[in-house]
Design a protein around this ligand. Structure first.
Ligand code: HPA
Length: 275
């Protein structure tokens, strides 16, 4: 029997009966340390939440955390579900809809990515302006629940321009360089071939990664505003003599996390101020 959203939420409500979030965060590989800034956290392991398949990849901690960041109530998903683990679309939908169900209006979606441009190296942050969905599917495939969102929904301005402008101002204030570009999603778990990277570059992609896009699709379907941040962990294959490895991803994820630890709380404060 499939798990209903009601069952998922009642499990969460046992831990936090009255918590209302304003902003959600999804933290990818090596970026979990951002959650350490959350004050008075209520921490729920994914295993305790029906409908969430627990992640098994090294560096993914798999905790739902409710608390405050810079005084703003947030819901944080630390450790994500990846389709390459064999997680069903249904779990990806549940994963993102928890954020909406807890009251958030916006979600910050972070993920490790390989850069397809040489001037944007490991340790940089790329704010996502748009994406190319190269996943062989879409988590909204299946019967549509009209109470959640429309069957055919727009992906124009999916990476909300107002949110991007706020983040740009924050990055200028904090003097942290922020790149901007198009995120191209692949299923993984294999890294790309050099020929694939050349093709993706010719399509207009600036960074490539194995996450973000399925979640953004679910988020837009249910009306969450999205800020997407790609943590550049490596130059994509063929652009450098360095080998692309998962350990390298975690190492440079940590480096980028140090920037995101400054950017994200300030962004959340400014977003809340903007109303
Ligand atoms: N390719 C795909 N996904 C990634 C990469 C990459 O080079 N780096 C981090 N995630």
């Amino acid at each position: 029997m499939p798990v209903t959203m009601q069952e998922t939420m009642s499990a969460i409500r046992k831990y936090a009966p009255n918590f209302v979030a304003k902003v959600g965060m999804i933290l990818g590989s090596g970026l979990g340390s951002i959650a350490d800034q959350i004050t008075n956290p209520i921490t729920i392991p994914y295993q305790a939440i029906p409908g969430l398949h627990s992640g098994a990849v090294q560096g993914h901690a798999s905790l739902l955390i409710l608390g405050h960041l810079n005084g703003v109530p947030v819901v944080c998903l630390k450790g994500r579900l990846h389709l390459y683990e064999g997680v069903p679309y249904e779990s990806i939908r549940t994963f993102v809809r928890i954020i909406k169900q807890l009251g958030a209006h916006s979600v910050i979606i972070t993920g490790a990515a390989g850069s397809m441009q040489e001037d944007m190296g490991p340790g940089e942050v790329m704010m996502i302006s748009d994406h190319i969905n190269f996943h062989p599917g879409n988590p909204l495939v299946g019967p549509n629940d009209e109470s959640i969102g429309e069957r055919f929904f727009s992906m124009e301005n999916a990476y909300d321009e107002e949110l991007r402008n706020i983040m740009f101002d924050v990055s200028e204030k904090l003097k942290i360089e922020l790149f901007e570009g198009v995120y191209l999603s692949v299923l993984g778990p294999s890294f790309e071939t050099p020929a694939e990277i050349r093709m993706f570059q010719s399509w207009g992609g600036n960074a490539v990664g194995m996450s973000v896009v399925p979640e953004v699709l679910v988020a837009r379907h249910c009306g969450l505003r999205v800020l997407g941040l790609a943590a550049i962990t490596n130059l994509a294959v063929g652009l450098s003599t360095e080998k692309v490895t998962h350990n390298g991803t975690l190492h440079f994820g940590e480096l980028t996390a140090r920037k995101l630890i400054k950017l994200i709380p300030e962004f959340i404060k400014e977003l809340d101020r903007a109303g």
